[in-house]
Design a binder for this molecule. Structure first.
Ligand SMILES: [Zn+2]
Length: 249
């Protein structure tokens, strides 16, 4: 059979669009792959599972909704991703960006030492995949606690090795090659384990970890809130969580 252009067009049109980005609205057959996972990154806005989990929690979980933690709140966002900024900036009362290296942020700060920020200045602090870069991340958690107002909320994501019980760090591992080998990336100083929630709680927070199990299977598959295929990389974070950490003391 001679395949005509029209036939090809009709075939492509009849293929169902299986996935949709819940942040930018892109639809298609599958997301893009990276060196860690197949088909998990939005080709339009570059969102990954952690960003889409965060936004869908704001859209669907009442106590973590836009109205409760973003709208008309004072926000501090570390290492801000443009796609998240574009969604939350306009809703907030005040939106401040911060980074240790980048020049395009409002504040240049070391997350573990922020004397330029007075106590209890922000209701919401966001830091996605930042703590693995900070030499003293426990001090950073204490600093975030200090700058949060009473009952404020910090939202973290961290790379966590699957089924690793205890966070692994070793300050004697300094070469870029060894850090990649042990922690998964040349600028990572540790890889977190299942004890992350407990460590954050020890700093005066109550932690709610949101993952794909908080949403229906249809929603998980449509927005790819879990890897379509598990990564076999020994340091991969297959089981992503977004940690909503409420200041309790
Ligand atoms: Zn997108």
């Amino acid at each position: 059979m001679k395949i005509t252009k029209n036939f090809c067009q009709s075939v492509s049109l009849s293929i169902p669009k299986k996935v949709q980005c819940n942040i930018c609205g892109w639809e298609g057959r599958h997301f893009l792959s990276d060196s860690w996972h197949n088909h998990t990154n939005c080709p339009k806005c570059r969102s990954g599972i952690r960003q889409r989990l965060f936004i869908i929690a704001l859209q669907n979980i009442e106590e973590l909704s836009f109205g409760k933690i973003i709208t008309d709140r004072k926000l501090l966002h570390f290492a801000p991703e443009e796609i998240i900024t574009s969604v939350i900036r306009e809703k907030s009362a005040q939106y401040v960006t911060a980074d240790y290296f980048r020049q395009d942020c409002d504040l240049k700060v070391d997350m573990s030492y922020m004397p330029q920020i007075e106590n209890e200045q922000f209701y919401t602090v966001i830091a996605f995949d930042v703590l693995e870069h900070v030499p003293d991340y426990q001090k950073a958690l204490e600093e975030v606690h200090r700058v949060l107002c009473s009952k404020g909320i910090a939202i973290f994501t961290v790379p966590q090795k699957d089924n690793l019980e205890k966070t692994y760090e070793d300050s004697s591992i300094v070469s870029l090659e060894d850090r990649t080998k042990h922690f998964g990336q040349c600028d990572h100083l540790r890889i977190f384990g299942d004890d992350f929630s407990r460590i954050v709680e020890s700093k005066g927070f109550s932690v709610t970890a949101v993952n794909e199990s908080d949403f229906s299977e249809d929603i998980v598959n449509k927005h790819v809130l879990f890897p379509p295929t598990l990564s076999r990389h020994p340091l991969a974070t297959n089981y992503r969580k977004v940690f909503f950490c409420r200041k309790t003391s």
